[in-house]
Design a protein around this ligand. Sequence first.
Ligand code: TXA
Ligand code: MG
Length: 418
Amino acid sequence: MNVFKRVCQVYARYMTPFSTRVLKCDPLSIAFHPESDTPQFTSLETLETLKTASHHLLDLLQPVAFPTETVYGLGALALNPTASSRIFSTKGRPPDNPLIVHVSSFAMLRTILPADYALSPAYQALIKHFWPGALTLLFPSDPKIIPTIITANQPTVAIRMPSHPVARALIAVANAPLAAPSANSSGKPSPTRAEHVLRDLDGKVGIILDGGACGVGLESTVVDGLHEDGCIRVLRPGGITVEEIERVLREEMQDCSHIPKVLVHRRDYLDDAMEQAPTTPGMKYRHYSPSVPVNLLFTVSRPPAGLAPTPIAAFLSSLKHTDRKTSSSVRVGVLAPSDSALWDYTEPTDGLDWHPYRLGPTAEPSITAHRLFDGLLTLEREGVDLILIEEVKEEREGLAVMNRVRKAAGESTWITLG
Ligand code: TXA
Ligand code: MG
C-alpha cells in the first residue's frame, strides 16, 4: 500500500471527528463501593478509554455511545445545550422529544434538582430499591439548571442512575450528568450491542464504547410520581416491572397512610393532553421499526369484534405473495418464544425460507426482553423480507415487550394454530 494512502487512512481513522472508533471497556474491571461515588479500576486500559471518551464529551462537546444495563445510549453533556443538540442531529431526533439525564451519584442528582425539592416517600422507596438501575423518574425541572433542549420545555426532567459499570464510571470520570437517548437513528430498534450501534451510526459518532451485550435488552421504565393524587404513573413500561414497583411500594410504605396506586398509561388510564404530547414516551413518533415490515401475530388473544382469525395454513400461503428482495423464496424472519407451537409450522416449504430467532421460554419474559431488539436487528441484517413476531403475555417484562412490539409492527394478524 502506498504511503499516502496509509497516511490518509490513519488520518481518517483518528483525526476526522466522525471516523467512528469502537473502544473496548471491560465492565468487570470497574467497581463502585457502596459508600463511595468514585469508581475503582483494575484495568488501566479501561480507565484510559473512559478518559478519552470523557475528553470527547467535555472538551469537544461530542456525543459518545456507551453501554447501559438497558440499551446502548448516545450521551452528551446534559447541562450544555450545544453538546446536547448534537444528540438530536446525530439521531435525527425531533426536538420536541425530551431526553433522559443520567447521573452517577446522589450528590450529582442533588446538583440538578431545584434547591427546595424534597423526595416523596414513594420516590425514596423506589430509589432505594431500583437505583442504580433501569428506572427513570420524573422530577420538577429548574430551567436555570436544566437546559430547555433537554426537557423540550416541559416542567419536568427525566433522570436515572444507570447500574452498568461502564455507564456509571463514564459519568463519574467526566464528573458531569449525561443526557442519553438510545443510540439509534430515530425510529429504529434500540441497540443492545456495540455492533448494532456501529451498523447504524458509523461515521456519525466519534466513539462507541464496547462493554458487551446489555443485560436487560430494552429501555428503562419511565415513571411519573409528581401528580397531586399521589398515584405512580408508568409512562413507559421497561426493565423494572410494574409488579416489582407495586411490591416495593407495598413493602416500604405499609406504615404510611396510603400506598400509592400504580397506573400504567394506556392500560389503566388515558389522558387526552398526553395522547397529543410528544413527551409521552413513544406516542407521537414511529418507534422500534427495522427497515423490513413487521407483522404482530396474535396466537392466543381474540381478534377485535367482527374479525375472524386466519387459519395458519391460509396465513402461510398468503406470505408467499410478499414483496421480496430476490426472485427466489420469501425470506421470513420469525421471533417467537422458544417453546411456541408456531415453530411446528416453520418446516421448509416451497416459496418460504425461514429465519428463526428464539426469544427464550414463555415462562421467562426477562429473556424475551433481553433478546427482542437483538432479534429484530439480527433478522434485519440477515436480509429477511418480513418479520413475524408472536405475541407474549403482558405480564412482568412481557408488558414492556408488547409495548415495543406493538410500535414496531406495521400490521397485526390474528391466527389459529392447528
Ligand atoms: O433505558 C433507557 O431509558 C435508555 C438508556 C440509554 O438510558 N434511554 C432511552 O432514552 O430510552 P430515549 O430518549 O430513547 O427514551 C426516553 C423516553 C422518551 O420516550 C421521552 O419521551 C421520555 O423518555 N421522556 C424524557 N423526558 C421526559 C419528560 N420530562 N416527561 C415525559 N417523558 C419524558
Ligand atoms: Mg429510544
